[in-house]
Write a protein that binds this ligand. Structure first.
Ligand SMILES: [Fe+2]
Ligand SMILES: [Fe+2]
Length: 303
């Protein structure tokens, strides 16, 4: 492995970066509902040409709210997973223990931050938007899989956050600055998590045969299928929220197009951006080239 990631360097970086929720939200730091929250590459509202500008912005913001909720959901399974992983070898390496506990602490903070933003969204948007869940049920469904499959899912999610911010959010000057700041602060702590995930995957894969590794890759794919089922449901919730928020009744053909475009938009946002991330593919390849090939063979359906 040539990545050079270590528990000690992840811990040192995290100590420097550390921020507080109060630095990001509260007081005059509020969402601006006259602006979009999500970059167009994820929201994909422009191709729904039957919507006017206000309707496109409302849908974009509904997608932004779902983003807060879906990250809240996934972080609720990452937190216990990292704690369990840390607990197994508390005495082996002090940097490992501290880096993993810091990771868990940051994830708990992120869960709280996403909740705070959701509260502001609910107060400002004016229409309640349903979201998939509840988080505990999603977490227990995911954690029912073997630890390496779960670790690969975590690796996917945290590299995905890197890609979202760097490729699509950082240089987008149209986004609401408050929503963008949430994504920025989340991103800077997740950089360390993605590196620690790589170390967790390597530790969990140690001593496994190729067959056992491929079994874990299948579990990662199964978890992806479970998330995909949730995304289909989320598109229905978003359509319903959109109709209530805008009073716009779509005809059958428009609804059909809405579902198709938005499902693919969701798949790209939460699945494709992780499955095609070069760092995820490199880690898979290091386990066995077959693992990389397997994911590359199915990824196009989610892009
Ligand atoms: Fe996070
Ligand atoms: Fe994280």
């Amino acid at each position: 492995m040539n990545h050079g990631y270590t528990y000690q360097s992840a811990l040192a970086a995290s100590d420097v970066i550390h921020w507080r929720i109060e630095d990001i939200i509260g007081g005059d730091k509020r969402l601006d509902f006259s602006k979009p929250f999500m970059p167009e590459s994820f929201a994909r509202v422009e191709s729904l040409s039957f919507l006017n500008d206000n309707e496109k912005r409302a849908l974009n913001q509904i997608r932004g709210n779902a983003y807060l909720c879906i990250f809240g959901l996934v972080e609720e399974f990452i937190l216990p997973f990292v704690l369990d992983h840390a607990r197994q070898q508390l005495q082996s390496d002090d940097y490992r223990t501290r880096a993993l506990l810091q990771f868990a602490g940051e994830e708990a903070k992120h869960i709280q931050l996403f909740k705070r933003f959701r509260k502001d969204f609910e107060e400002g948007f004016g229409t309640s938007c349903a979201v998939i869940g509840p988080p505990e049920a999603v977490a227990s469904a995911i954690l029912a899989h073997g630890p390496l499959g779960v670790a690969l899912t975590t690796l996917h999610i945290e590299w995905m956050v890197q890609r979202h911010y760097v490729d699509s959010i950082r240089d987008d000057q149209d986004l609401d600055p408050q929503f963008k700041s949430l994504l920025k602060y989340h991103w800077i702590e997740e950089v360390q998590h993605a590196k620690l995930d790589t170390l967790m995957v390597e530790a969990l894969a140690g001593g496994r045969s190729e067959e056992q590794i491929m079994q874990a890759v299948e579990e990662y794919i199964e978890i992806g299928g479970f998330i995909d089922g949730g995304l289909k449901q989320q598109v229905e919730f978003d359509l319903e929220a959109f109709t209530r928020a805008t009073d716009r009744e779509l005809n059958e053909a428009e609804e059909q197009q809405f579902r198709e475009v938005q499902l693919q938009a969701n798949r790209w946002t939460y699945l494709g951006t992780g499955m095609t991330h070069e760092k995820v593919l490199e880690t898979l390849e290091n386990l066995t080239p077959k693992a990389r090939q397997r994911i590359e063979s199915i990824a196009p359906a989610f892009c």
